[in-house]
Write a protein that binds this ligand. Sequence first.
Ligand code: MG
Length: 292
Amino acid sequence: MRFATLEINGRQTVAAVSEDGQSYCEANRMVPDFDGDMIAWIKRMPSVADIANRANGWKPIAGVRLLAPIPIPQRNVFCVGKNYHEHAREFSQSGFDTSATKGELAPSVPVIFTKAPSSVIGCNDDVSGFADQTQQLDYEAELTVIIGKGGRGITKADALRHIWGYTIINDVTARDLQQKHRQWFLGKSMDTFCPMGPWIVTADEVDPTRLGIRCWINGELRQNANTSDLIFDIPTIIETISSVITLQPGDVIATGTPAGVGIGFKPPKFLKSGDVMKIEIDKLGTLTNRVA
Ligand code: MG
């Protein structure tokens, strides 16, 4: 099933979204006393099989605002840098990478960084261009994991059992700030720099090891890859993070972007005001945002 956070008449609500994306059923129609947010739903939700039977009274979604499925994550969004070979190469050759040892084409261990929770926005929300702060705005399409069952010391063999579902993140980045400050945090955590959505698809419906992932800028296909090309797969990422940090239900992990980001082109193709970024991942839907 797919679950979204919707804004209806100024009220936030968790809802199931139909397979065709055209209608929704609020969570409290399936669990009558439920009155929480998506993280509460992740902790509380009965099995998908039970829920599917209880969904009723579907309403048309047209005109309803989709918020990010987790509008304010409980803590930073975990991210993986340079996790596709071709992208690691384009980044290392772009001159923007201050994190690599000289001549390194791909990292030998996962590169983990985070984005501030305040950077999260929903599908169709505008990304601020920050024209006074950056002249090198870039996009990154990423398959994203939502943790269901938390834990510390999760092994690769157990990792998939800790995943509640999957969504899409656009890891928007100010390349000049990423480079200037050496640590990636500021250039990737600016307000609105983490579009997320359009919804979460539960893990039972997704094989994350072979999903097509694409990104268009103003209709031009820039990224076109498959998650089978990840350098460090999702179990490895979960094992790595949870070896030192206790994962919690509702934690968000973006798994990295494939080749075709703006700095991968010669000359680079940076974003400008009015550009429309559209990201599509098989089974997960489409995340569209405009640069304000
Ligand atoms: Mg990224």
